[in-house]
Design a binder for this molecule. Structure first.
Ligand code: UAG
Ligand code: ATP
Length: 551
């Protein structure tokens, strides 16, 4: 048994146990490499050959009054961010929480905007730029989706649209959907918290669900390239902030629900209502719901579209049932059974029982969209779904017997619970869990995150994540309080995440697992209004090399 650790231990970079083992799954590495394809500094993906649309036609369709001369002007794109305006765009001057977008009309004009669409206040603010202004009588957000769909011609696109909502696992389901579509011989596109992707064209995402103008530009590009199916992560904010307007999903899915975003929604019920609103004919044709939780069962009962159910727990009534057949740190195998003898035997190379659930949800969504499971299966080798999900339980070590290091994006009590339970089932040694919490975001979840960590791990290291405008030590204090309240794990405070990574490695023995939750795929730390470069994955890679645990 290890002695209890001091609260400010020194860092040692000792060499630990066995070192690098080559990864068994080469498809996995290929997928990793693909994520580095980028699209320059672009903030959004747009169609390459947009068709010009008359501004007069836009004004007429949306009953917009016109200030200034349109003179037959035509537009080829829409943007609500002056920094992302392209030549020929209609710039949306959106009143925001901090600024009025019309304040940026000059910048939009310099970048090539043809006109502005705004409200009365925006017409005054933006009028000085000399650009004509289309004035909406309602909040411009309310018509943005429909305007963007008209300009990009995305009102009726051929691709199947899949929307995924829930508290934890949306990104994972979206990547699984894309991978399974690929296996079925289809061309996927995706929009996730980590990135937007059309073939090899990839840009990092700044929001989980893009604003409607960005989403329709992306869909237009996908249509151009012949994408067959689009997997879209849907946040609760997107539903209530009109980001999905002009999009009608073929299939939507709900996986789970737990505390998050209370800073914005006030209470759990309002947060839940935002997710439930996706299950209405305005947004989607059909749904798939995991019914293990009371919230899942409520979605089924309260849905206004037809839904099919997935149960992963024994005895739960549902059309589809999932059974996990084998779990290791390298992944999870499962059997999925559905109506009329539909079945699928698969494996996901990412650990966690919940990854099987994510895969099952994606498979049922495809089945519901008319893509037979047999077609998917035919494109896989032995049922292995070679998915790479950036920063979601991503292993930075290379498997084998030595200590193994995983970086994750989990930042909710629900994801901590799921991950620690999964690790508890498959970790031969101890679990060393390091994490911090968001500043300026739902503060009420911190103690609970700490408590779950303290109850589920052997060693907890509390470090800083994105403190934003809050004092980092105050955030840590809340997490520490929760972690200590569990009276189980050894709890250590090390604010500097770079030192915390090295500390975790120095404590690990062969058979142990280090889990670093929070930063996932991210490349920065947000501290007091500044975005400081920080990639947890790179930091861990470097520290493992220093310790001789990675080549
Ligand atoms: C609460 C919220 O959703 N805020 C969004 C909102 O910000 P805001 O109203 O404060 O906008 P603002 O900064 O006042 O700017 C007003 C207008 O000026 C424009 N502008 C601003 C500056 C500039 O130089 N040029 C310019 O054109 C902005 O694009 C905007 O249209 O409009 C902005 C522009 O689209 C968004 O970036 C911003 O998202 C912020 C960054 C955010 O953090 N949103 C979070 C809460 C969010 O939506 N999260 C969900 C879920 C994540 C999860 O599941 O974990 C998501 O889908 O990402
Ligand atoms: N089905 C699931 N149930 C519970 N936890 C999950 C599930 N799937 C993934 N997780 C955990 O939640 C973390 C976040 O996963 P993921 O990014 O896929 O979720 P998300 O809903 O997209 O979150 P966000 O909206 O914050 O991006 C994962 O890194 C993993 O730890």
């Amino acid at each position: 048994m290890r002695p209890r650790l001091r609260s400010e231990p020194s860092i040692s970079h000792r060499r630990l146990g066995s070192s690098c083992h080559s990864r068994r799954n080469t498809d996995f590495d290929a997928r990793r490499r693909q994520t580095h394809v980028s699209n320059g500094d672009a903030l959004s993906i747009r169609p390459r050959t947009p068709l010009p649309v008359s501004l007069e036609a836009v004004a007429e369709r949306f009953a917009l009054s016109i200030r200034g001369e349109l003179e037959g002007a035509r537009v080829t794109g829409v943007s609500l961010d002056s920094r992302d305006v392209r030549v020929g765009d209609l710039y949306i001057g959106m009143p925001g929480a901090k600024r009025h977008g019309a304040d940026f009309a000059e910048q939009a004009k310099k970048r090539g905007a043809v006109a502005i669409l705004s409200d009365e206040a925006g017409a005054v603010l933006g009028g000085g730029s000399g650009l004509p202004v289309l004035v909406a009588s309602q909040h411009p957000r309310e018509i943005l989706g429909a305007v963007a769909a008209m300009i990009y011609g995305t009102e009726n696109i051929a691709a199947k649209l899949f929307g995924v909502t829930g508290t934890n696992g949306k990104t994972s389901v979206v990547y699984l959907l894309a991978e399974l579509m690929r296996a079925a011989g289809l061309t996927p596109g995706l929009s996730s918290t980590a990135e937007r992707r059309v073939g090899d064209e990839v840009i990092p995402a700044n929001l989980t669900s893009p604003e409607a103008s960005e989403l329709h530009g992306l869909l237009a590009r996908m249509s151009e390239t012949g994408v067959d199916g689009v997997a879209i992560e849907v946040s609760a904010q997107a539903v209530v902030r009109h980001r999905l307007d002009g999009v009608h999903f073929d299939i939507v899915a709900f996986n789970n629900f737990s505390q998050d975003h209370l800073d914005e929604f006030g209470d759990l019920e309002s947060y839940f209502a935002a997710k439930r609103a996706l299950f209405t004919p305005e947004h989607a044709a059909r749904g798939v719901v995991v019914v293990d939780s009371e919230y899942g069962r409520r979605i089924v009962a309260e849905s206004r579209i037809p839904v099919t159910r997935l149960a992963t727990e024994y005895g739960q009534e549902a059309e589809w049932h999932l059974a996990v057949t084998r779990q290791t740190l390298d992944g999870v195998s499962f059997v999925l059974q559905g109506p009329a003898g539909a079945s699928f035997r698969g494996r996901v190379p990412v650990l966690g029982r919940f990854m099987a659930e994510n895969a099952a949800l994606a498979l049922i969504m495809l089945h519901e969209a008319g893509i037979p499971l047999a077609r998917v299966e035919a494109g896989l080798s032995g049922g292995l779904i070679p998915v790479y999900i950036p920063g979601r339980l991503e292993e930075i070590t290379a498997g084998g017997e030595g200590p193994r290091f995983f970086v994750d994006y989990g930042h909710t009590p629900g994801s901590f619970e799921a991950m620690l339970e999964a690790l508890g089932e498959v970790t031969p040694g101890r679990i060393i869990f390091m994490f911090g919490a968001d500043g300026d975001r739902d503060t009420t979840k911190r103690e609970e995150m700490g408590r779950i960590a303290g109850a589920g791990a052997d060693t907890v290291i509390i470090c800083d994540y994105h403190p934003r405008s809050e004092p980092p030590e105050a955030i840590r204090a809340q997490l520490l309080k929760g972690a200590r309240s569990a009276n189980r794990a050894t709890v250590i405070e090390e604010g500097d995440p770079r030192l915390a990574v090295r500390l975790a490695i120095s404590l690990a023995e062969p058979g142990d697992v280090i889990l670093y939750a929070g930063p996932g795929h991210e490349d920065h730390q947000e501290v007091a209004g500044k975005f400081l470069p920080y990639s947890a994955r790179e930091e861990v890679r470097g520290a493992l090399r220093e310790a001789g645990l990675l080549h």
